[in-house]
Design a binder for this molecule. Sequence first.
Ligand SMILES: C[S@@+](CC[C@H](N)C(=O)[O-])C[C@H]1O[C@@H](n2cnc3c(N)ncnc32)[C@H](O)[C@@H]1O
Length: 194
Amino acid sequence: MAPDHLVFLRRAIRHPDQLATPFVTGDRLARQLAGIIPEACAGTVVELGAGTGALSGPIRDRLAPGARHLAVEIDDDLVAHLRAHKPWLEVVQDDALDYDAVLARAGIDKVDAVVSSLPWALFDQPQRRDLLAVIGNRLVAGGVFATITTWMAMPHRVRELREALDGAFDEVVETTTVWRNPPPARLFVCRRPY
Ligand SMILES: C[S@@+](CC[C@H](N)C(=O)[O-])C[C@H]1O[C@@H](n2cnc3c(N)ncnc32)[C@H](O)[C@@H]1O
């Protein structure tokens, strides 16, 4: 097993709720998710729930030199792992629910793209709605937000997430399932916040 997977698995055993899955996102899904970022993006991208950085490399591949890529992760061991293994990544140990404060501390006003693999089941519906609203508020015109939902998620949780997304964005597109990801997963890609 790759070192990233082992580190993630260890944390998932210790904090199953916080990590929500024992698996890191597979490369195929990670590249699909990162593909929402305009090619050679020169702006700012925020990655929420960075884990061991399964999405970080594919995101980085979409960015032009000088673009900003902020990775937010709450878990201290995973933050230490990211800092040790991805020294090019700007990592902050913080709670994504404090999104506005996280951006303020990082000196970021507007964001071109937000890529999230946060376990949405951790949050209640008001927290989901509030977080999506602040994410939308901070997007540039034409900005994009995307998140993952896996087959491990309870159907009512996915419905709640979809409702929260529909309440926050004019356009919410659900992709077909990426079967080759452990576990199979889909993306919600959202544009034009209300
Ligand atoms: C499903 S894992 C995804 C990890 C990685 N991005 C991947 O795709 O393999 C969710 C990650 O979100 C982090 N997380 C959970 N709650 C968070 C919060 N409130 N703020 C920031 N990170 C959080 C977890 O510690 C975990 O690393």
